[in-house]
Ligand binder design. Structure first.
Ligand SMILES: NC(=O)c1ccc[n+]([C@@H]2O[C@H](COP(=O)([O-])OP(=O)(O)OC[C@H]3O[C@@H](n4cnc5c(N)ncnc54)[C@H](OP(=O)(O)O)[C@@H]3O)[C@@H](O)[C@H]2O)c1
Length: 334
């Protein structure tokens, strides 16, 4: 029996999760929702994915264009076991009532508050806590990135301070655009630290800046260690950590541009870089302090987490069984 999955919100995250679901042999992509019959809706149709209107109010748009939808979100909810809500931040909480009314489990995204779900989720850190749950929140791209590397060294952490340099907009987003400025988040510490704490019980504070790029986020991480750790230990630990890859500046990885080019060279769909990229040369221990710099592909690092969240919610596999299966299906390098 395959788990029947619907996607509400076929945008940056939704279409990547839809693709990932279609690669799983224990899940079936039942349909996606759109608010309008744009090129993404037509492309979904060409791929054989049933398209539903996000609600009845959007039906006239499709009718006017002669685009035949399979129904509305409510019809889709009648056919699925779980809905992945990838609508704009905050909308998921408003949709939850509808999911409850239809008795459908739901995976929410990081734009929602933690309270929307029973548990916040990063597979390698807390897969078990989502077992059998009805509502799970996959945390944001930044929180996923921080959690993947910090979880690997959590036993050594006394305190973490991370500075996050965030992309201004996604490549497809013309509403925000990369403005010619550096915009500090004046909320210091920023909300990212408490968000990591929804998964990892560590002492962490963060601050954040938005810069004019669309490619990736970069994090400069400083860890105060509670017990000794060498640079070589950290390299070994990260080399053994799934969904984390080490990249060397000495091999030409000087910036996020080369990381994206690497994903293109792998012929990854949408140049997804699901793995968190840590610059090997940046890993350094001075006394009781560890430093490293990492990059996060905001459009894709949360995609494997959505797949593992669904497996946990339906108890289809144990933690490593699910992670390995997802990794293999998406070509994740380790
Ligand atoms: N992009 C990132 O970097 C990123 C990373 C991690 C997590 N997230 C989180 O993932 C979630 C989705 O973000 P996104 O970047 O994928 O957003 P997005 O690209 O703007 O896509 C949002 C989707 O929601 C649909 N939508 C808009 N209004 C709707 C409505 N009233 N009812 C139902 N659907 C509606 C849109 O449909 P139409 O296209 O038909 O208008 C679009 O397909 C957010 O919680 C965000 O915080 C985003």
């Amino acid at each position: 029996m395959k788990v029947k999955v619907g996607i509400n919100g076929y945008g940056t995250i939704g279409k990547r999760v839809a693709y990932a679901v279609s690669k799983q042999d224990d899940m079936k992509l039942t349909g996606v929702t759109k608010t309008k019959p744009d090129f993404e809706a037509y492309r979904a149709g060409e791929l054989g994915i049933p398209v539903y209107a996000a609600s009845e109010e959007f039906l006239p748009r499709f009718e006017k264009a002669g685009f035949e939808v399979a129904g509305t979100l409510e019809d889709l909810l009648e056919k699925v076991d779980v809905i992945v809500d990838a609508t704009p931040g905050g909308m998921g909480a408003r949709n939850k009532e509808l999911y409850e009314a239809h008795g459908v489990k739901a995976v929410f995204q990081g734009g929602e508050k933690a309270s929307v779900a029973e548990v916040s989720f990063v597979a390698q850190a807390n897969y078990e806590s989502a077992l059998g749950k009805d509502y799970v929140r996959v945390v944001s791209c930044n929180t996923t990135g921080l959690t993947r590397t910090l979880n690997a060294i959590k036993d050594y952490i006394d305190y973490v301070y991370a500075v996050m340099i965030r992309r201004a907009a996604d490549p497809n987003d013309i509403r925000r655009g990369p403005v010619n400025a550096i915009k500090p988040s004046v909320e210091v510490p920023s909300h990212h630290g408490p968000d990591v704490q929804t998964i990892l019980p560590i002492n962490i504070e963060t601050s954040a800046f938005i810069v004019p790029t669309t490619l990736m986020h970069v994090h400069s991480v400083m860890v105060e260690l509670r017990k000794p750790l060498t640079r070589e230990d950290v390299i070994d630990i990260f080399e053994d950590t799934t969904r984390v890859l080490l990249f060397e500046e000495g091999r030409g990885f000087s910036s996020t541009a080369q990381l994206i080019e690497f994903a293109r060279d792998l012929h990854r769909e949408w140049n997804n870089l699901y793995e968190i990229a840590v610059w090997k040369e940046s890993i350094n221990v001075r006394g009781k302090r560890l430093f490293y710099i990492q990059a996060v592909h905001q459009e894709s690092d949360v995609v494997p987490e959505n797949i593992d969240a669904i497996r946990a919610m339906f108890e289809l596999a144990d933690k490593w069984g699910s992670i390995r299966k997802t990794n293999k299906s998406l070509g994740i390098l380790k």
